[in-house]
Design a protein around this ligand. Structure first.
Ligand SMILES: [Zn+2]
Length: 61
């Protein structure tokens, strides 16, 4: 799949679109099959902080 649907208007957008082509809604970052957050979870330490930073970016702060 190289498409994703807008969570606002459900228009189909290319997976690398940052904004919806129909309504301009900021599209969420698409997680690839191998989630780096899950993998770093077990190791903890510095990588856990990185996961938190990634989470903050994901929420658009
Ligand atoms: Zn939209």
């Amino acid at each position: 799949m190289t498409k994703k649907n807008c969570p606002s208007c459900e228009a189909e957008n290319s997976i690398d679109n940052k904004y919806c082509k129909e309504c301009g809604f900021e599209l969420p970052k698409v997680e690839l099959e191998n989630s780096p957050i899950e993998k770093t979870e077990s190791k903890g330490g510095k990588k856990k902080i990185l996961s938190i930073i990634v989470g903050i970016i994901t929420f658009g702060v």
